[in-house]
Design a protein around this ligand. Sequence first.
Ligand SMILES: Nc1ncnc2c1ncn2[C@@H]1O[C@H](COP(=O)(O)OP(=O)(O)O)[C@@H](O)[C@H]1O
Ligand SMILES: [Mg+2]
Length: 225
Amino acid sequence: MIKFENVSKKFPLGTLALSEVSFEIEDKDFVFFVGPSGAGKTTILKLILHEFKPSNGTILINDFDVTSREFYQLEMLRRNIGMIFQDFKILFDKNVFENIALSLKVLSANDDQITKIVNQALELVGLTKKKLSFPVQLSAGEIQRVAIARAIVGDREIILADEPTGNLDPKTTWEIMKIFKKLEGKKTILIATHNIDIVNSFQKRVLVLKQGKLTKDQRKGGYEV
Ligand SMILES: Nc1ncnc2c1ncn2[C@@H]1O[C@H](COP(=O)(O)OP(=O)(O)O)[C@@H](O)[C@H]1O
Ligand SMILES: [Mg+2]
């Protein structure tokens, strides 16, 4: 469960990125965050990942108040969250297998277990044949597949994706979205996107942000600009 209660975030230079935002997301829910650039989508994902604290309000993740002064379980929280970025953020000096395996380093898994888990993730994202390729040998869509595989390994319950198809052409966009579809019902998935076609096609819950305010929380799908 992810719960925001009257969360506001003001950045040091005075930008009010979020203003009194409240919502609750159940386990294994599939949710889109939409809204124009600057609306606060990335700020919400970063607050969940605990990159910074809100200026006001409370954030509960699995009943842990991650905004309280007594919150010391940051490592545990991060281990439970997989993050996917628009610009991929994978390591260019490591091959596909190594990029994904690195994400398991925090777990106490042995080499055989790591190989098994990485192979399963590669299968899921359709990259088995490119296991030993380096990022320069991959297309943007394939690189994003690596990033998704990296985000899901290690039994992470929450997947945050920030404009995951923002740098992809339309055909590749749909291929990547098919992978998210496969994860539906298995993990809690939060996707920030501009892509209205995707949102309308998925017919999932949509949270609309405008200038830091949550203006709409739609249970199922359609979104108009
Ligand atoms: N680190 C930061 N310092 C100051 N202002 C920021 C910072 N990060 C984001 N902002 C501002 O907060 C607002 C929301 O940004 P963001 O969450 O990135 O929006 P979105 O992801 O919807 O495009 C914007 O006005 C942005 O300029
Ligand atoms: Mg953003």
